[in-house]
Design a binder for this molecule. Structure first.
Ligand code: NAD
Length: 354
């Protein structure tokens, strides 16, 4: 069969350099000709945001944020941007902070410069998410893709080791799901494979020594590649499961991804031999499931959804909500029975193949 695909690469400037966030941000603000900048950062992230924005004029710091971007909070932030005559959004923080900037950009059309401090990867996608009445809605819109990303591994050093690992496994999940998502193609599979390699290089050292900058750089580089691959390939089975669980039961984002990933990989691997081979080779093993389990072992990774508040009584509803949103492209057919089995294992933490 010939090679045939339709690939879109999103246009974005990436400035990567440890210790260079303030300098790189200032050059981007100047290049974009912005005069009224609203900085979106959580109250806990304020000191970092001030450090990063030390060389630009800030019209307003905005910190009324919450995980999964509740719609009412998004509307308040949109009003603040409109009333303040803001012409550029700068977000400094994790995926929740980036998500708020995207929610504002979605209706106000403002450009974003994103300065990420976790490995969530939202900064490199055109995907937005909003939550209303426990239901998470996501969509794709060019207006929410940040114009530029400023990556500085020094900003991630303060991310606690356990959260760094969960967030890094969230990035790994972007890579793996990109292998079989609806728009999977050889370009994003190649990016995803290099993303896995970088994360496998970086995360064990982040775990052993959270202050080691080289490891943080590898993890951040891997996180970027993972997000580019995910943005191009779309949400596969893994992301659909995690989005429903996160929105409906308010489970923590990164940890939910970290727990669910080995179950989806074990579920799909045999039905997706090409993806399985690429993933295994990125791990330097023959078997992708063994590769992931080996990495998870060294990282002391999050293990069970019951540790984050899901209960056996939630499984029927979870199956009912997840089944209709599983992409048809998933390599292995998904039924209510095999999905329930997967979720029950993820609930209890029975790692497949381990
Ligand atoms: P988060 O942004 O909620 O951050 C988790 C915690 O880490 C917060 O308490 C935050 O204050 C803290 N934190 C962040 N950076 C820190 C640092 N450097 N040092 C110390 N503490 C720090 O979590 P997240 O996992 O980064 O992002 C999750 C959110 O991002 C979810 O809502 C998810 O849906 C969204 N997301 C969206 C996309 C997309 O493409 N749209 C992709 C990935 C994730």
């Amino acid at each position: 069969m010939g090679l045939s695909f339709n690939h879109v690469t999103l246009g974005q400037r990436v400035l990567f350099g440890s210790g260079k966030a303030a300098e790189n941000l200032a050059s981007e603000v100047e290049r974009l000709g912005a005069r009224k900048v609203m900085v979106i950062a959580s109250a806990q992230g304020r000191a970092t945001a001030e450090q990063v924005t030390a060389r630009i004029e800030v019209a307003r710091f905005y910190d009324d944020l919450a995980p999964h971007v509740p719609l009412d909070k998004a509307e308040k932030a949109r009003a603040a941007a409109r009333e303040g005559g803001i012409d550029l959004l700068v977000c400094v923080g994790g995926g929740s902070t980036t998500g708020m900037a995207k929610a504002v950009a979605l209706t106000c059309g403002l450009p974003i410069v994103a300065v990420p401090t976790t490995y969530a990867g939202s900064e490199a996608t055109n995907v937005w998410g909003l939550t209303e009445a426990s239901r998470k809605t996501t969509g794709i819109d060019e207006r929410v893709l940040p114009a530029s990303i400023v990556y500085d591994a020094e900003l991630t050093v303060s991310l606690p080791a356990a959260l760094s690992i969960a967030s890094g496994l969230n990035a790994l999940a972007h890579c793996m799901d990109s292998m079989w998502a609806p728009r999977a193609d050889p370009i994003n599979q190649a990016l995803a494979a290099e993303g896995i390699r970088a994360l496998v290089r970086g995360l064990p050292s982040v775990r052993a020594n959270p202050e080691q900058l080289e490891a943080r750089e590898q993890a951040l580089y891997g996180c970027y590649l993972s997000a580019v691959a995910f943005a191009s390939a779309g949400s596969g089975m893994h992301h659909k499961i995690c989005h429903v669980l996160g929105g409906r039961w308010n489970l923590p984002h990164a940890q939910t991804h970290a727990v669910v990933l080995p179950y989806v990989l074990a579920f799909n691997a045999a039905a997706a031999p090409d993806a399985a081979e690429r993933i295994a080779s990125a791990f330097g093993t023959d078997d992708p499931v063994a590769g992931l389990n080996g990495l998870r072992g060294t990282l002391d990774a999050p293990r069970a959804l019951k540790d984050y508040g899901l209960t056996a009584g939630d499984l029927d509803e979870a199956v009912r909500l997840i089944l209709p949103v599983i992409p048809e492209s998933n390599p292995r057919p998904v039924t209510a029975e095999n999905l329930r089995e997967l979720l029950a294992s993820a609930l209890s933490g029975t790692i497949p193949g381990a």
